[in-house]
Design a binder for this molecule. Structure first.
Ligand SMILES: Cc1cc2nc3c(=O)[nH]c(=O)nc-3n(C[C@H](O)[C@H](O)[C@H](O)COP(=O)(O)OP(=O)(O)OC[C@H]3O[C@@H](n4cnc5c(N)ncnc54)[C@H](O)[C@@H]3O)c2cc1C
Length: 374
C-alpha cells in the first residue's frame, strides 16, 4: 500500500536516478545536481549503511606499484596503462579538490613495493622498467622520481630482497570519504534512499520504470547504473564480474615502526597502518578461480597466508587473531579500463573499476553523469 503522500514525495518521478551509492554513484549524482540544480536527482542503494567496495576498501590513494604496472604494460600495452595512471592521478586530485577541508584522514605517507627473498627475478624486472616509469610519471604528475630503490629495508620490515619506494601515494579513511561525499551530495539537494534493491528496469514512453524489491517502482527520466561488482546479480550481460577481496585489521600493536602503503606482487597483497593497528589484505592471487562471488566471506587459506606474511616480513605474531575481518566486492573484467557505456537512450552504466576506485571513481562518476545529461 502506498499513500498519495508517499507517491508525491519519496516515490515521485525523478529526472535522474543513480543505482548504487558508492563513490561512482555519489560522484555522478553530485555532478548532475551541480550542473542541473533544479533537477530531481535520486540515489538508491540496497544496503542500509554501506556494503559496497567504497565502504570496504583499503583506502590507498595510489597510482600503481611497479609490478602491477609492469603486468599491465605486458597485458594491455603502453597506451592503456599510462592512460589509467593519468586517470588515477587526475581522479585523485579532483576528488580532493571536491572534498577540500573534509576530514578523511588523508596522509601522503608514500608507498613501497616489497620483494621477498626468492623474488629476485621480479625485482630485477621491476628495476629495469623504473627509468621508463619515472619518465612517464614525470610527464603525468610532475614528480621526476616517483619510483626509487630503497638502500635498505625500512625499520620493522625484514626478509626482503629489495624495496622500491613510491613517492606519490597516500592513505585515507574510506568510511569518512564516503560520509563526506554523501554530505556534499545532501547539501546540494541530492536525495538518497537506502535499503531498497532495484530488481529491474523497464523502458516506457515517459521514462524508465525502476522496479524495487517489494514491487513498488519509481519513474526516472534517465538511469545510471553504478553497481560495479554487484551488477551481474541484477543486470546480467555487462562485461563486469565480482571478485571478493578480504581485509584483516589487527588489534592495537606496541611495535609498528613503519608508516607507508605496502604492496606486494602486482598489488595483490597490501598493508598499511590504521593508527596503531596493521591492516593487511588481498592475496586474491591465491584463489583467482574461486573468489569470484559477490557474497561476503573470509577464507582460512587467505587468513593463514596473510598472517604468515605479517610474521615473516613485519615480525608480528598475529596468530591469536584479528580485531576485524571483512570482505568487499571488486568489479573486474577482461579489460582494465572501466566500462562506461550507454545501454539505451535513457540507461547508462559506469562499472568495472577494479582495484582503482578510490582514485578513478570521481572521474568515472562524472563520465556517467555526462552520459545521462550530455
Ligand atoms: C577489499 C577492497 C580493497 C580495495 N582497496 C582499494 C584501494 O586501496 N584503493 C583503490 O583505489 N581502490 C580499492 N578498491 C576498489 C574500490 O573500492 C572500488 O573500485 C570502488 O569502491 C568502486 O566504487 P563503486 O561506487 O563503483 O562501487 P561500490 O562501492 O561497490 O558501490 C556499488 C553499490 O551498489 C549497490 N547495489 C548493488 N546492487 C544493487 C541493486 N540491485 N539495487 C540497489 N543498489 C545496489 C551496493 O549496495 C553498493 O553500495 C578496493 C576494493 C575492495 C573490495
Amino acid at each position: 500500500m502506498i499513500s498519495f503522500w508517499e507517491r508525491d514525495t519519496s516515490l515521485a518521478d525523478v529526472d535522474f536516478l543513480l543505482i548504487g551509492a558508492g563513490i561512482t554513484g555519489m560522484n555522478a549524482a553530485i555532478a548532475l545536481k551541480s550542473r542541473h540544480p533544479l533537477a530531481r536527482v535520486l540515489v538508491i542503494d540496497r544496503h542500509p549503511w554501506g556494503g559496497g567496495a567504497s565502504y570496504r576498501n583499503a583506502g590507498f590513494a595510489c597510482l600503481g606499484s611497479p609490478t602491477e604496472l609492469e603486468a599491465d604494460l605486458a597485458r594491455f600495452g603502453e597506451d592503456v596503462t599510462l592512460d589509467l595512471v593519468e586517470m588515477r592521478w587526475k581522479g585523485l586530485n579532483r576528488l580532493l579538490q571536491k572534498l577540500e577541508g573534509a576530514d578523511i584522514d588523508l596522509a601522503w605517507c608514500g608507498g613501497m613495493e616489497v620483494f621477498p627473498a626468492g623474488d629476485e627475478e621480479a625485482y630485477q624486472r621491476a628495476m629495469q622498467i623504473i627509468p621508463f616509469l619515472n619518465k612517464a610519471f614525470h610527464h603525468i604528475t610532475g614528480e621526476p622520481q616517483n619510483f626509487y630503490e630503497a638502500k635498505e629495508s625500512p625499520a620493522g620490515i625484514q626478509e626482503l630482497k629489495g624495496v622500491i619506494r613510491i613517492a606519490r601515494e597516500g592513505r585515507l579513511h574510506p568510511g569518512k570519504l564516503m560520509q563526506a561525499l554523501s554530505a556534499l551530495a545532501g547539501g546540494l539537494g541530492v536525495s538518497l534512499m537506502r535499503g531498497l534493491e532495484v530488481s529491474h528496469l523497464d523502458p516506457t514512453d515517459k521514462g524508465i520504470c525502476v522496479t524495487l524489491g517489494g514491487g513498488t517502482s519509481i519513474l526516472a527520466g534517465s538511469v545510471g547504473i553504478a553497481t560495479n561488482g554487484f551488477t551481474a546479480d541484477w543486470y546480467p550481460g555487462l562485461p563486469v564480474f565480482p571478485a571478493r577481496n578480504q581485509v584483516f585489521l589487527s588489534h592495537p600493536l606496541d611495535k609498528l615502526e613503519w608508516d607507508t602503503c605496502m604492496h606486494y606482487h602486482q598489488g595483490y597483497v597490501y598493508a598499511r597502518r590504521v593508527d596503531d593497528r596493521l591492516l593487511i589484505g588481498g592475496a586474491r592471487h591465491l584463489a583467482l578461480q574461486t573468489e569470484t562471488m559477490s557474497e561476503e566471506g573470509i577464507t582460512q587459506p587467505i587468513r593463514t597466508y596473510l598472517t604468515a606474511f605479517a610474521r615473516r616480513h613485519f615480525g608480528l605474531d598475529l596468530s591469536a587473531g584479528f580485531a576485524w575481518e571483512w570482505s568487499g566486492t571488486l568489479g573486474v573484467g577482461d579489460a582494465k579500463h572501466p566500462y562506461i557505456e550507454d545501454l539505451g537512450d535513457r540507461v547508462h552504466a559506469a562499472v568495472r573499476l577494479g582495484g582503482m576506485g578510490v582514485a578513478i571513481g570521481t572521474l568515472v562518476g562524472e563520465s556517467l553523469a555526462h552520459r545521462m545529461a550530455p
